[in-house]
Design a protein around this ligand. Structure first.
Ligand code: ZN
Length: 396
């Protein structure tokens, strides 16, 4: 495994990135009423006029925003930020973990389920999940009864990746070179699993925090590699493909250019990566991390881009932790090209962070009611969320 040199410090990176985080509003209306299905390609034909901020156009008025990656809409209701909150107060588990926990099944040297024993690993380390949701196989069985009962066998492999031998560290608490080691292991696993005949898609993700269902506080993520491109990346792939076929640029390349021009949804950045609250964010402090240079997958990143990916992950997750002064829970994942052997120039490597917290360490958002029955909805605007994250600084 290659571990690169330490990059510029996060604070220095942010100080430099912050100078470009100047929001701009005004100009003429550039309105896009894109349809859902099939993916409609909206040509970036605004010309030289400045893009109009949704804050300027809608103010506190309810409006719907289109997720250009998925074709889904989200209802935004800024005026509701004024109502009183009478919701759930969650217990915050004390964060006093030891560096090594003899009862943790992920710590080095400890025994796992089924009698497996962990090696005395010293850096990031991956192994087959003892309770895998997928099994390797041929995937040949199909069920189709009158087009009404339809099912397909799904082969695959589930892996667990420990970010560090240290039980008490999360990504924002790790040093950038150590996070770079995780980036390298992600790239290795993507290449190795993706090369298999029974794997067409590799999903790397992390559930962080009890509130997100993480069963063990030891910092770790997962990798589920399977034959089929699953629902969410497949939906995104269709929109990425439609845009690339028309413009010969990636959808996220064009989107990033616009976000850099406007500035109001940017959170932090460095020379290779930008973290922003997407225009169509559903979760209160949802972010999207985009590579400035379109790369289809981790294997296409050079040494410097890998260092800087580690840097932007640390910058962003440290901001999350500082926001409500708590180890910020989230589900995060990497979207990259399917591993079907095709080149996929439409693919643009990106990371999604979906954190549930809304107003404090104890007040979270639920996707229920209208959101289960109709569509996603949020009160805090993505612009306001980005501003909160930009202002968030490490307090501990
Ligand atoms: Zn995505």
């Amino acid at each position: 495994m290659i571990v690169g040199q330490t990059g510029e410090s996060s604070d220095a990176m942010f100080a430099r990135g912050a100078s470009s985080l100047v929001g701009r509003a005004g100009g003429r209306l550039s309105c896009c009423h894109a349809e859902l299905s099939p993916p409609r390609v909206s040509a970036p034909t605004r010309g030289s006029s400045a893009p109009l901020s949704p804050t300027t156009l809608f103010g506190d008025d309810p409006h719907r925003r289109l997720n250009i990656l998925t074709g889904e809409w989200v209802l935004v209701s800024p005026h509701r930020m004024k109502r009183p909150w009478q919701g759930q107060i969650e217990e915050i588990p004390p964060d006093n973990r030891p560096a090594y926990d003899p009862t943790c099944y992920l710590c080095p040297g400890n025994e796992r389920a089924g009698g497996h024993r962990n090696p005395n690993y010293t850096g990031p380390w991956a192994f087959d999940n003892d309770f895998a949701a997928l099994r390797p196989g041929d995937g040949g069985r199909r069920l189709d009864t009158d087009g009404l009962l339809v099912a397909r066998q799904e082969p695959g492999i589930c892996r667990v990746i420990c970010f560090s031998p240290r039980h008490d560290l999360s990504l924002p608490q790790m040093e950038v070179p150590a996070i770079r080691g995780v980036v390298d292991l992600w790239a290795e696993e993507y290449a190795r699993l993706g090369a298999r005949d029974d794997v067409g898609h590799v999903q790397i993700f992390e559930n962080k925090g009890e509130v997100m269902g993480s069963s063990n506080p030891h910092p770790h993520g997962q990798i589920w590699a399977q034959q089929t491109v699953p629902l969410h990346p497949e939906r995104e792939r269709l929109h990425l493909l439609a845009h690339h076929e028309r413009h010969r640029r990636t959808l996220l390349e064009d989107y990033l250019r616009l976000e850099l021009e406007m500035g109001e949804r940017l959170v932090c950045s460095n020379d290779a990566w930008v973290a922003l609250v997407p225009f169509w964010a559903v979760w209160p402090f949802e972010t999207l991390v985009l590579s400035r240079r379109p790369a289809s997958h981790l294997g296409q990143l050079d040494d410097r881009e890998r260092d800087l990916l580690a840097d932007v992950i640390k910058q962003l997750t440290a901001r999350y932790d500082a926001l409500f002064n708590v180890s910020f829970p989230y589900s995060a994942g990497i979207h990259q090209a399917p591993t079907d052997g095709a080149p996929h120039p439409e693919s643009h490597l990106h990371l999604h962070f979906y954190p549930p917290l809304l107003r404090s360490a104890t007040v979270r958002k639920f996707l229920v009611g209208y959101e289960m029955m109709a569509e996603a909805q949020r009160d805090l605007t993505p612009e306001a969320a980005a501003e909160r994250l930009r202002e968030s600084v490490r307090k501990r």
